[in-house]
Ligand binder design. Structure first.
Ligand code: APR
Length: 320
């Protein structure tokens, strides 16, 4: 069986980490694409040279031309500028919208059958714009946010309960950003919901509220510490989980930014919801019941995404 082909559009901090992970997991041959000359080629060579030690077989290639992504099975998009300290996600909108146009057209021309995972921020607006610019089917274009946000929530919960992260499941819905909605009723330790664990004395509502707040500002916390960039290890791992579910038809149920057509009362918008990812891309959008507070928070989050998409439409009239 021929190897799959994974194209990484953007070869910065997340792009390089994606390439390393995809190679170690032998997901396929890898093309690192970037507008910066030398960066993708250098990273491809460096990672390829880790192959003999790690024991993986994968061809790695650096590229500055979209022709090199031809026929990719998966494209993971990180191209753009990352958020700097003090910069809001919205500040990124204008620059990254222009990048999404170039990337969307490149994918449409050279890899129209790919499953596309967008990571570039502000995520929910960028994935929507990328889909518009590429014209690919909606079920083949998704955004990575929920897996990362849930992973942050799971990490903090595992620390709080002093249990393995493996046994902590968590759900974070809504837009990626300060309005994301961690849903504690659907967050569990081996199936025991967090509210029950509070009743059992494992934690208190106040401590869980603090964890929810920390999860919401999880990206900003890392930006503040790194000072020169944003998180890249956990974002890359999260996107690889999504790519693997598609490539291996695993049908994992993961929170991702998906195109909604009436689900959760939302139409023609990308918002973080649970989806099943398999060989057809987004195979199912899962509508879970939200309590009144979660629904209210979800709606606030959706409004924030709507505002960003409206701003995109006013910047680029071809999107209106
Ligand atoms: N086409 C291709 N690559 C581009 C383009 C473009 N039009 N514009 C910029 N790039 C490249 C840059 O040259 C850089 O190598 O995108 C890469 C971005 O890498 P980093 O700056 O290291 O950013 P990274 O930390 O990888 O984050 C990428 O993901 O989480 C989000 O907010 C983050 O939007 C940011 C993205």
């Amino acid at each position: 069986m021929a190897r799959k082909k994974i194209a990484l559009i953007g070869s910065g901090m997340i792009g390089g980490t994606l390439a390393h992970l995809a190679a170690i997991k032998e997901l396929g041959d890898i093309v690192l694409f970037d507008i910066a000359e030398g960066t993708p080629q250098g990273k491809a060579l460096d990672i390829a040279q880790s192959g003999p030690v790690e024991g993986f077989d994968a061809n790695l290639k650096g590229a500055n031309s979209y022709e090199d992504i031809a026929g990719a099975d998966v494209c993971i998009v990180t191209a753009g500028i990352p958020r700097k300290p003090g910069m809001s996600r919205d500040d990124l909108l204008k620059t990254n919208l222009g990048v999404m146009k170039a990337v969307g057209e490149g994918i449409a021309a050279h890899a129209p059958d790919a499953f596309v995972i967008c990571i570039t921020n502000p995520l929910d607006a960028m994935v929507w714009a990328l889909r518009e610019f590429s014209g690919l089917p909606h079920q083949k274009v998704v955004g990575m946010a929920g897996v990362l946000d849930s992973a942050r929530f799971r990490h903090f919960l595992a620390e709080e309960f002093n249990v393995s992260v493996e046994d902590v499941t968590a759900f974070v819905l809504g837009g990626h950003g300060d309005t994301m909605v961690p849903v504690i009723e659907y967050s569990t330790v081996a199936g025991i919901p967090v509210p029950d664990l509070i009743k059992m004395g494992w934690s208190t509502q106040e401590r869980i509220d603090a964890i929810v707040a920390r999860t919401r500002s999880g990206g900003g916390e890392i930006v503040g510490l790194l000072k020169t960039g944003s998180a890249f290890y956990a974002p890359a791992t999260s996107a690889i989980a999504m790519a693997e579910s598609y490539l291996k038809d695993k049908k994992r149920l993961l929170p991702c930014a998906a195109h909604l057509t009436g689900q959760y009362g939302v139409d023609d918008l990308y918002v973080g919801v649970p989806i099943v990812i398999g060989k057809d891309g987004v195979e199912r959008i899962v509508e879970i019941e939200l309590n009144a507070t979660a629904k209210q928070n979800f709606d606030v989050s959706v409004d924030a995404v709507k505002e960003l998409v409206a701003a995109c439409k006013s910047i680029d009239s071809s999107l209106a």
